[in-house]
Design a protein around this ligand. Structure first.
Ligand code: ATP
Ligand code: MG
Length: 417
């Protein structure tokens, strides 16, 4: 096929069967949100570029290399949303949500755009769901979002492997940073080209490098540098989730790729996903609102990829087959046409022939698409009656038109059980 007419590299067309799975997952995310009291928030697909450059940080991959930015015809610099947290923070500040009773719990489900190298589980347009909790500096807030993540993953049939760390605060991180820089200087020859740049600009990010795992493993551990407050916070988070039976593992090299994190960071992995194993990631980001024009507000949250969750979930998020009726037209006339709309009035998913098929061909078609067939037309129709057949067990009957919707519903319900 002419490449010109193919979808852009790294994007997806989601056809009905997969779209139905996506829809199910979306309902599941909403139900978990409702359970914990998180309200939906929607922000624009694009923002002024500064929201992401200042919010996420200009040294990060998503801002430096992966950004879809453009200047519109009015000269405004805009960027397609690469992640949700900075956009939600912008909205939080703009609408003065810090005046709301604390904490403020928000969640979203939205497309994200990153110009990455496309691979399985890595797209240039993908969807993320995310949960954000504003207003509480307490370890219980970190613990709550971890429990939300666990419940979500359990609902899709996954046993999450949760990795947690603390990247410290303004008091203790500088000391750790200095120790890292001198460690990396000794290992300069072992670092990849990107990490040589990171080693001075943002040394924590070297720990995140997929190539330099060995160097990362030998690096100083931030736990030896935590100030008393950071240590107490981390210990409390760990104790609170352990109390709820959530097993988490501390991972010293976990730092996350975005600049706004503070203290707690975490990721959930599913080894079945192979190279793209991160199902979701998050942490605390107390300074973020100050980066997007507001006062600092303590906050914590996470975001996960919809596509990866669907891949990991497998059949646990199956397409919900809708048992439907098919109305076949017997002989000439418009009986099927009328009955079709009558069943839909009663909320029963129904299909009628639009291909001028013979009755035999209509029955064949019904076999592919429906559980119950209604035969409408001919002499019976004149007498106010229709024929019924259930394709799954061959049950047949004749019913007065006035009883039809009730009978069809009963036959579909029985089939479901
Ligand atoms: P990775 O290490 O896989 O690049 P990330 O650290 O860039 O992930 P985040 O920015 O935390 O990811 O995004 C949250 C989640 O969104 C990830 O855990 C992952 O499940 C998903 N995700 C991120 N980038 C993509 C992408 N390009 N395609 C599909 N899903 C993605
Ligand atoms: Mg990434």
């Amino acid at each position: 096929m002419d490449e010109k007419w193919q979808r852009p590299r790294g994007t997806q067309d989601i056809l009905p069967a997969d779209a139905a799975r996506v829809e199910r997952l979306r309902r599941l995310v909403s139900s978990v949100a409702a359970l914990y009291g998180y309200g939906a928030i929607e922000t624009p697909v694009f923002e002024q570029t500064a929201v992401f450059v200042d919010g996420v940080g200009d040294g990060t991959d998503i801002v430096q290399h992966e950004r879809y930015s453009f200047v519109d015809s009015g000269g405004v610099a805009l960027t397609l949303r690469p992640e949700g947290t900075a956009a939600v923070a912008r909205a939080y500040v703009e609408h003065g949500l810090s005046a709301w009773p604390k904490p403020v719990r928000l969640y979203y489900w939205a497309p994200m755009f990153r110009r990455e190298r496309p691979q399985k589980g890595r797209y240039r347009q993908h969807q993320q769901y995310g949960f954000e909790l504003y207003g509480s500096p307490e370890p219980s807030a970190d613990a709550e979002v971890l429990l939300v993540a666990r419940r979500l993953l359990e609902r899709v049939g996954l046993t999450p492997q949760v990795l947690v760390n603390s990247i410290g605060c303004d008091v203790c991180r500088p000391g750790y940073r200095a120790a890292l820089v001198s460690y990396f200087q000794e290992r300069w020859a072992d670092l990849c080209e990107d990490c040589r740049r990171r080693a001075t600009e943002n040394p924590l990010r070297v720990l995140d490098c997929k190539q330099d795992r060995d160097v990362a493993r030998g690096a100083p551990d931030i736990a030896d540098f935590w100030c008393a407050a950071c240590r107490a916070h981390q210990d409390a988070v760990m104790a609170l989730v352990a109390d709820q039976g959530l097993a988490v593992v501390r991972e010293p090299s976990l730092v996350r790729g975005l600049d706004y994190y503070y203290r707690t960071v975490f990721e959930v992995h599913d080894p079945s996903l192979g190279a793209q194993s991160t199902v979701l990631g998050g942490g605390r980001y107390d300074g973020l609102t100050a980066r997007v024009g507001g006062a600092p507000v303590p906050a914590v949250g996470f975001a996960g990829g919809v596509e990866r969750l669907l891949m990991a979930a497998g059949s646990a998020v199956a397409e919900d087959p809708v048992p439907r009726a098919y109305v076949a037209q017997v002989g000439p006339g418009r009986a099927a046409w009328r009955v079709g709309e009558m069943l839909r009035d009663a909320g029963i998913p129904t299909e009628v022939d639009l291909m001028a098929r013979s009755l035999k061909a209509q029955m064949k078609e019904a076999g592919r698409r429906a559980v119950v067939v209604v035969l409408a037309g001919g002499q019976e129709w004149e007498a106010g009656r229709v024929g019924l057949k259930r394709l799954t067990d061959g049950r047949e009957a004749e019913a007065p038109l006035v009883d039809l919707t009730e009978t069809v519903r009963a036959w579909l319900d029985e089939h479901e059980r």
